[in-house]
Write a protein that binds this ligand. Sequence first.
Ligand code: SAM
Length: 318
Amino acid sequence: MEKQSAYRKTSEIVRRYDFNFRKRFGQNFLTDEGVLQQIVSSSHITENDLVIEIGPGIGTLTRYLCEAACQVAAIEIDRDLVKILHETLSDCKNLRIVEGDVLKVNLCGLAAEYGVSDTSGSTASSGGLSTEAAAVFPKSGQAFRCRHLKVVANLPYYITTPILMGLFEQHVPAERVTVMVQKEVADRMTARCGSRDYGSLSLAVQYYARPEIVTLVPASSFMPSPKVDSAVVTMQLYKDKPVQAKDEQLLKAIIRAAFGQRRKTLSNALGNAPQIPVTRDQTAKTLTALGLPASARGETLSLQQFAQLTDALADLIR
Ligand code: SAM
């Protein structure tokens, strides 16, 4: 099937299958060819790559991904869309459609089925691509191996943060993640220390990856148009994290507490957090020892400074 104008094709499929958009699944289909191409090019997909797509919808972006990648596994929750995808993308021989909730799918297991188990392109046991790591081509039965994993999605916005944090915290072996998100969320993901949008999401994302806004996308680029504007963000995942806190869980708890009570000073916010056993006085003194004001608020600390504070407080707590 030829790539027709995305808008025309989307309208035609919606009409042909009498498809009803489900708001609860965040169904806003992208119909702008230029943006579709920008998503693919900013994903840096090669012919050796496995792409996991989250929420393929009627498969407009999926077709582009199948052209660029070795293999594509597309996870879709809506059974009606799964049926449509099987028909409209039947010519994409390197596509596997997985019906399910992305938050429940074992993404590491899925990647491992295609021979991708770490970000270096090696299988964990062999240190290189092995015959055992090769999987079987879903439609033709041919053997194939993928070298790297890229995750690409026009995300369902109602679960943006759980999806992103799931990818990072489960150590899904992706080299790069490229997603369409609400514009405000893109601003928070990429915000630098001291800016208005800087907060726990900025730090959580920037702990794992280097995020970059690729392009802004107006609501009119979707069918139906959402109430918000959007942006494409691409994230190159770090092989080595930019900071090494002695206690990662404590670092995350401190960041959560710092921005849970944004208007409060850090010493008050941490003093009020039951899971962090430090007094206001201890935090204030530690901040001073680190060369920071005793009355500093979370939004003035960089990720590096949060890691330093965590290490110093971890020594006190122990
Ligand atoms: N990729 C398509 C596009 O760009 O036009 C559709 C994107 S639409 C914003 C989000 C898609 O995610 C929908 O197809 C929706 O059914 C699907 N979806 C919503 N929740 C999901 C979940 N928990 N797991 C998998 N897919 C989900």
